[in-house]
Design a protein around this ligand. Sequence first.
Ligand code: DCP
Ligand code: MG
Length: 377
Amino acid sequence: KTSPKPSAHVAVKSYACQRRSPLNHHNTFLTEPLEILAENAEFMENEGRNIAFRRSASVLKALPRVVRRMEDLKNLPCLGGHSLRVIKEILEDGASQEVETTKQSEQFQAMKALTGVFGVGVKSADRWFREGLRNPSDLIRTGQKLNHTQQAGVRYYNDLNKPVTKKEAEAISDMVGKAVRAVLPGAILTLTGGFRRGKEVGHDVDFLITHPEEGAEEGMMPKVLKWLEDQGLLLYQKTTRNSYLESRDGPERAPHHMDRFERCFSIFKLEQTKECSGTTAGAAGMSEQQSGPSWRAVRVDLVVSPYSQFAYATLGWTGSKLFERDLRRWAGQERGMSLSNHALYDSKRHHYLHASSEEEIFTHLGLEYIPPSERNA
Ligand code: DCP
Ligand code: MG
């Protein structure tokens, strides 16, 4: 009988920003169920539980192999009793009763459908759920008062819930790049968010815009939007100077890491090639209409940053959300520093730390550099 090798237990660090989290990992069969419970906790506005399940799932993403037995989890950080029970059940029975019940529950399904409307946060969705509403068509049917964002969200609901492909993100990147350079020669456009981390699909396309000459980027956003609008590429746009969370779901959601960049939430009209427009148009006798629309709606976020803050903005907008959260937590708890999407402040020495690249920020924080493709925590 062979005893398990000690090397079977890998050391995993407790902050997500200390770990390498590739896009494709070995334990999706565990992380997906845990993330269902996290999402459900989010719908119940139980932030502690949400983050606990997110952290458990994230730790499993960093493992170099499939988890087969509970012993494989020995010495791993962030795995609480509840997560361990769920994992054990999946390892033993192939599924967790709690996860299956949650997925089937009317509340979970309704919250998912309602928060799936662009512009609808957990608070509004929960209120509607308690009033008996279950999906976007109920909002229309019962004549709910919707703001402009939510109206656009309902109008383009199907398109916006269809994953955006990398190819579509690249097509939009070309369009935005043209707009940005036409408005301000020398301007730099960076694709951020999930696509920068190497994801094949996303729920939106995130961009960061800057210009090497400090201050030149000021007043750019309206011009870029006008250029795009004149080309007929915009279905919806709303510019804000506030944080994304604040503007998404009301001021009560304002986070501690307030982001003051000029930001535009938009919906693009993306022309589709025949192969992409869904239904097969080639069949004999099919009219243009039956072949489906020639365009689709895509959510696009644009952020303008001064050059001096560009490295921090890039790091802050690349994600993942948990990676960002742990970067800020690491800075505060382990370094006595305060990290935002704009800057890094050393609270002990009372000064800001300049950085012109993401690598420099990791160095300031005393962290090993993790490339975007391994920030999928
Ligand atoms: N972000 C964050 N905290 C939030 C929202 C966003 O730190 N609450 C940052 C990190 C995200 C980035 O902004 O990666 C973009 O936000 P998205 O919601 O677009 O997230 P992703 O691009 O990572 O995922 P998706 O593929 O769903 O768009
Ligand atoms: Mg995104």
